[in-house]
Design a protein around this ligand. Structure first.
Ligand code: ZN
Length: 461
């Protein structure tokens, strides 16, 4: 049993972070001691200890949720001092370190020192502290990647939290070699946001026919035929005939790889431009929901465009999805969600989701920058800034979204080698830490052959 002493400064934030890192992720048993006089964090057992400064926590205590406590995005790439145990240099935000002349770790028989505020850095990234402070929002009302510390530091595709945890674990193993950690396995977490189910309802006859003409160039012949012949069937009410209705195909691909997909369905609309074109009560949709469940996949909620700051609409959409599911005999132990357009406010959205009965969310990735918005590829409880404690809503950070990589409004890497290599590099980072590669691929993005090929390659790479 370890004893962890935490100082008075930001004790709640310190405890939240240590609970996640040491207890939940590493599986270490510990007891907390709060010591108002302590100036450092210490982890102790069997007469030996590791001490860490609380540089960020001290600054945040004095300037809670103020600009003065934010990271500028400047980092030092520093040697750890652990040589064969951890030979790589580690990027450390300037605000976490006081003396850059020291190696990041100095091992000592009695008291080993980690010379930067490792837990403060982890808290900053996991809690999305800066999103509570910085008012910047893009044209869709989202906190932009360019305003984040990781982006400014050029570290969007590095899971820094995992890197810091790995360093801590190496130090723990040097001091207490008999200590064991929780075992983890790399997982692919595949999901599909169902924004549109019907191309032929969404677009005019003319556009439909133009699309069909293009189909000869970049679509499977069978898909091209569907484009040409499905219009009457779809407009006549047979939604499943539409080329966007690819749910069976997505399930087939997941199943052939031993995976279960999560399908996030919209269950209402709050914005006539950005929201859904289907109704959960349509026979084709009901049949799809039943089939997803029967085949061992999962259903989640895709809360509509204006729900992120509106508790009533999130609740009514969740209630609608749940009642349709119950009528179909679908039982799920837990319900998850992902916000449409990834619209999110750190102080309100988690609270509204939890109040609607949702247990986990998978919104937190940047649309314009795939990678690690929360610094990690592990699931964890969000931070509740109003209660200053762990939130009851858990986050499964979104790592890659299809359009973020392919589309010119985002990275614009297209569907070729460059896109696949980029996805592969991020996936390798998740693999390296036995984390979760959380991939969002829309049902509408396996219609064109090159997009489908990229998806399948992303699954297999
Ligand atoms: Zn969406």
């Amino acid at each position: 049993m370890f004893q962890v002493t935490i100082p008075f400064a930001c004790a709640a934030e310190c405890r939240y972070t240590i609970d996640i890192v040491l207890c939940e992720w590493l599986g270490i048993e510990l007891a907390f001691i709060e010591d108002a006089k302590a100036e450092v964090i210490s982890i102790a057992a069997e007469g030996r200890s590791i001490v860490l400064p609380g540089t960020f926590f001290l600054s945040a205590e004095a300037n809670w949720l103020q600009y003065e406590s934010l990271f500028s995005g400047s980092v030092y790439e520093l040697a750890t001092g652990l040589h064969e145990y951890f030979p790589e240099r580690l990027p450390v935000f300037k605000e976490l370190i006081e003396d850059i002349q020291l190696p990041l770790v100095t091992i000592d028989d009695d008291e080993t020192k980690i010379n930067f505020d490792l837990f403060g850095g982890i808290f900053y990234l996991l809690s999305r502290y800066e999103e509570m402070v910085v008012a910047d929002r893009d044209s869709l009302g989202r906190f932009p990647a360019r305003s984040s510390a990781q982006f400014k530091a050029g570290l969007m595709q590095r899971p820094l939290v995992n890197e810091y945890v790995e360093l801590l674990w190496k130090v723990i193993k040097i001091i207490w070699p008999q200590c064991e950690r929780n075992r983890r396995e790399f997982q692919m977490v595949i999901s599909h946001d169902i924004d549109h189910l019907a191309f032929h309802r969404q677009y005019s006859f003319l556009r439909g026919m133009k699309r069909a003409a293009r189909a000869c160039i970049d679509m499977d012949p069978s898909m091209a035929c569907r484009f040409v012949f499905a219009r009457q069937a779809v407009l006549g009410g047979r939604l499943a005939a539409d080329p966007f209705f690819t749910l069976n195909e997505l399930m087939d691909e997941s199943e052939s790889r031993g995976l279960a997909s999560t399908f996030y369905f919209m269950a209402g609309g709050t914005d006539s431009i950005h929201d859904e074109d289907y109704d959960l009560l349509e026979p084709s949709v009901r049949q799809a929901l039943k089939s997803i469940h029967d085949r061992g996949h999962y259903i989640g909620l895709h809360p509509s465009y204006s729900t992120f700051d509106n508790p009533d609409t999130i609740r009514s959409e969740m209630n609608h999805l749940r009642s349709v599911a119950e009528n179909l005999g679908i039982q799920q132990k837990e319900w998850g969600s992902r916000q449409h357009y990834l619209r999110w406010e750190t102080d309100t959205t988690p609270m509204h989701l939890k109040a609607a009965g949702i247990s986990h969310d998978s919104t937190l990735g940047f649309a314009e920058q795939p990678g690690f918005r929360c610094g990690t590829c592990y699931e964890y409880p969000l931070y509740d800034f109003s209660m200053r404690m762990a939130h009851k809503l858990r986050e499964r950070p979104l790592v890659v979204m299809d359009c973020s990589v392919m589309d010119s409004r985002y990275l614009g890497y297209g569907t070729g080698r460059r896109a696949l290599d980029f996805i592969g590099q991020i996936k390798d980072q998740c693999r390296r830490y036995q984390g979760n590669f959380t991939l969002l691929w829309h049902n509408t993005r396996i219609v064109r052959s090159p997009e489908k090929r990229l998806y399948l390659n992303a699954l297999d790479i």
